[in-house]
Design a protein around this ligand. Structure first.
Ligand code: GLN
Length: 491
């Protein structure tokens, strides 16, 4: 049952061959028996109540394509009924009085919430090791990180603890864990998916998206997830006259004539040979499907690291100022006065990486450094976006390359080296800075004794609003390959 896609499960539910309650029970049992530390909160009673409601809708003939399908949410989305912690001690016992827009939309579609998923604290990280509630294990190899920050989401889908999960991507946090766990994930164009109720990290970059095993499933999920939200001031209004975009509409288009831009900067020094081989083999597969490869240049790629690690901490330092021991969550038990209460609360409530970012962010925003760092970074951010526009205008329809320079690394390997973590984001940050949609699909495994079971992801980047095209491209690849069907041992 748990190896079926959402599409297949939906058919079974509508044919009454399985009930939402049975399906939910099945996944809850798998979650209870799992050892990946992917879930931070489950509430079986509530999940089963949602499942019963879905069964009633199915029986009444009022069901949509996602009714009765279980989903789990990254613990960055706030939820009624499940704790919403952002994987931080600061929000360890926080229960939100409302649902994030995305959570509400999926509930309205009749999906069943299985629980909340572990992640890096406030979505800051690339390995899920920054969670206040412990690291997540990669289902393919218990010694490897699952990637981050949506590591719990990727691990849950890969281990078949949920057929679908939500993720958020600020600089790669959907794409990179999807790659490390061998699943499919898409970060939509900035503004496509509402940020209302998504605990803020860097608001000009944060974007929610679906994670599942196939591109087709991601399309079905995005159909519910995307759309204008008046409660999000940067929500986009592309839909005309309230007609919802169907992201599955182009899945079956042939790829003949597709021009794939291959950035030379994504294949230089630092890219592991085994990742390069799997990515190049995938590119060859696209040529067989009728596409042509064009070499392109994205000359500012290397600058995306300093630019992102100025802008994201700057926004984080501002966003996280609300966690002061007064308004939300944790408060230090002992203090002398108000200042002391703020200091102790924030020193005890935030983890190391979060504190580091707040300090960097405060520094680059302060008088005297603002022009030298923050304003410069904003200017280069524009130039990075311009490079993509030049490529799409003159050379190619989409861009492909690796998601990350290596396969998943060992747990602990970079835990004390923040810069090593930041450098591993090199291929995903510029897409986020430009606000472009990007996805990751599984295209093989690493090599050698250690890496042979660690998945490799291919990144597909499109121009603004090109999600349906990206999903079409990924779906066509998944029709002729079976990487997306592989399962970790014992699953
Ligand atoms: N790894 C990046 C960071 O640590 C991206 C995280 C994300 O996309 N949320 O900021």
């Amino acid at each position: 049952m748990h190896n079926k896609t959402i599409k297949e499960l939906s058919t079974l539910l509508h044919a009454k061959q399985v009930s939402a309650t049975e399906l939910t029970r099945h996944y809850l049992d798998r979650i209870a028996a799992s050892g990946h530390n992917a879930f931070l909160d489950v509430n079986e009673e509530l999940s089963l109540a949602q499942a019963r409601a879905a069964d009633e809708r199915l029986a009444a003939g009022l069901a949509g394509p996602l009714t009765g399908i279980p989903i789990a949410h990254k613990d960055i989305f706030v939820t009624r009924g499940w704790r919403s912690t952002a994987a931080s001690k600061m929000l360890g016992n926080y229960v939100s009085p409302f649902d994030a827009t995305v959570v509400g939309k999926f509930a309205d579609a009749g999906m069943v919430t299985l629980g909340k998923l572990n992640c890096d604290e406030f979505a800051m990280g690339s390995s899920n090791e920054n969670s206040a509630f412990g690291a997540v294990r990669n289902p393919w190899d218990a010694l490897a990180v699952p990637g981050g920050s949506s590591g719990g989401s990727a691990a849950a889908v890969a281990a078949r603890l949920a057929p679908a999960a939500t993720g958020t991507d600020t600089g790669g946090s959907i794409r990179q864990p999807a790659a490390f766990c061998g699943i499919t994930g898409i970060k939509p164009t900035y503004g496509r998916v509402s940020r209302f109720g998504m605990i803020a990290f860097a608001s000009s970059l944060d974007q929610g998206g679906p994670m599942a095993r196939t591109a087709e499933d991601c399309a079905l999920l995005l159909n519910e997830m995307a759309g204008f939200d008046e409660r999000d001031s940067t929500s986009l209004t592309v839909e005309q006259g309230n007609v919802r975009e169907d992201f599955a509409r182009d899945l079956h288009q042939p790829l003949t004539g597709l021009r794939i831009g291959v950035p030379k900067e994504y294949f230089g020094e630092g890219l592991a040979a085994d990742v390069e081989q799997a990515v190049r083999a995938a590119l060859d597969e696209f040529v067989k499907l009728g596409a042509t490869l064009v070499e392109i240049s994205l000359p500012k790629t290397a600058l995306s690291i300093p630019v992102y690690y100025i802008i994201a901490p700057a926004e984080a330092s501002s966003n996280l100022s609300r966690f002061d021991g007064v308004r939300y969550g944790y408060r230090a038990p002992e203090y002398t006065d108000l200042q002391d209460m703020y200091k102790k609360t924030r020193a005890q409530g935030f983890g190391k990486e979060v504190q580091r970012r707040i300090m960097v962010g405060t520094y680059v925003l302060c008088h005297g450094y603002y022009d030298a760092y923050y304003v410069q970074a904003q200017k280069i951010r524009r130039l990075i976006a311009d490079d993509f526009q030049a490529a799409f205008r003159d050379k190619c329809d989409v861009i492909m390359g690796p998601v990350a320079p290596t396969v998943a690394w060992d747990l602990g390997a970079k835990a004390d080296d923040p810069v090593a973590n930041y450098l591993a984001d090199i291929f995903t940050l510029s897409t986020s800075l430009a606000g472009l949609p990007g996805m990751s699909i599984p295209v093989g495994f690493g090599q050698g004794e250690k890496n042979a079971k660690r998945p490799v992801g291919l990144q597909i980047i499109g121009n603004y609003f090109a999600e349906a095209k990206l999903l079409n491209i990924a779906h066509q690849y998944q029709q002729v390959t079976d990487w997306h069907q592989r399962a970790p041992d014992g699953v």
